[in-house]
Ligand binder design. Structure first.
Ligand code: NAD
Length: 256
């Protein structure tokens, strides 16, 4: 697919799926702005192509986000595509976790999305075109023990994106909220540094490119939700039809 002449913005472009997608879009001709706190990671992403532009940015700072988007529109051109990949994923039992960390997960994973949407979307809606992608997670649909902070933030991402889509459904924009299972990226190191729930470790792990392919398909088909992987699709059905079974499996796996 050619993205020649287009401008894409990717939060979390210094690692994992944001990095993989930035490289792919740059190869396909887009100018890609990557926004991240991870300077070293962004330098690695940008080293592969001169059309990847790094911006050091903490997405929890609403004023800084607004100013970076104004800067991108002025220097790179109108933004055609925004992907919200930045997130953190510490795990742990809710009452054993520092409440500052529990709320920090929400501030980054959900609050950062709100800041980016508010800064980016009014101009895109005025132009009547563009793609807006939110990264939720399978855990935002199928909650599990030890994932309380992260799963809550990803459930919030889903509701926010769904309502955002319906409030702007005649805008000409395409919205996609992707809910991946475990994906092979550095994000898992954060879980390993805290507590590793046994259940997702037993499940399927996808490669970043598989998820990105699914997002592109979701956008092309005009669907709002993307569920990459067979296990995620099964999880969606199980959660709806057998919610107690989901919990039985989680209790059995974690042993409490
Ligand atoms: N990897 C998985 O198993 C998995 C599964 C489901 C959903 N997801 C979601 O997919 C998205 C991409 O995940 P990934 O696995 O590529 O993660 P990753 O850890 O590889 O990359 C995330 C990037 O976000 C950046 N970031 C964190 N806080 C930030 C902040 N305040 N401001 C700006 N940047 C910040 C990090 O520095 C990092 O470079 C995330 O939203 C994640 O929750 C990941």
């Amino acid at each position: 697919m050619s993205f020649r002449g287009q401008v894409a913005v990717i939060t979390g472009g210094g690692s994992g799926m944001g990095q993989a997608w930035a490289r792919r879009l740059a190869e396909d001709g887009a100018t890609v702005a990557i926004l991240d706190v991870n300077e070293a990671g962004m330098a690695e992403t940008a080293a592969s192509a001169s059309n990847i532009k790094p911006y050091v940015l903490d997405i929890t700072d609403a004023d800084a986000v607004a100013s970076v988007f104004a800067d991108i529109e002025a220097s790179l051109g109108p933004v055609d595509r925004v992907a919200n990949a930045a997130a953190i994923m510490p795990f742990g039992r809710l009452l054993e976790e520092d409440p500052k960390l529990t709320t920090r997960v929400m501030t980054i994973n959900y609050g950062g999305l709100v800041n980016v949407a508010t800064a980016a979307l009014p101009r895109m809606i005025e132009r009547g075109s563009g793609d807006f992608v939110s990264f939720s997670s399978m855990t935002g649909i199928v909650p599990g023990l030890l994932m309380g902070a992260y799963a809550s933030s990803k459930a919030a991402v889903q509701f926010y994106t769904e309502i955002l889509y319906h409030e702007n459904r005649n805008s000409g924009l395409r919205f996609c909220c992707v809910c991946p299972p475990a994906v092979k990226t550095a994000l898992w190191q954060q879980a390993e540094a805290t507590v590793v729930p046994k259940l997702p470790s037993k499940g399927e792990t996808l490669m970043p490119d598989v998820v990105i392919d699914e997002i592109e398909r979701c956008l092309d088909k005009g669907k709002l939700f993307s569920y990459p992987g067979k296990q995620t699709q099964l999880g969606v059905v199980m959660r709806r039809l057998f919610p107690q079974l989901i919990w039985r499996v989680s209790h059995d796996a974690e042993g409490f």
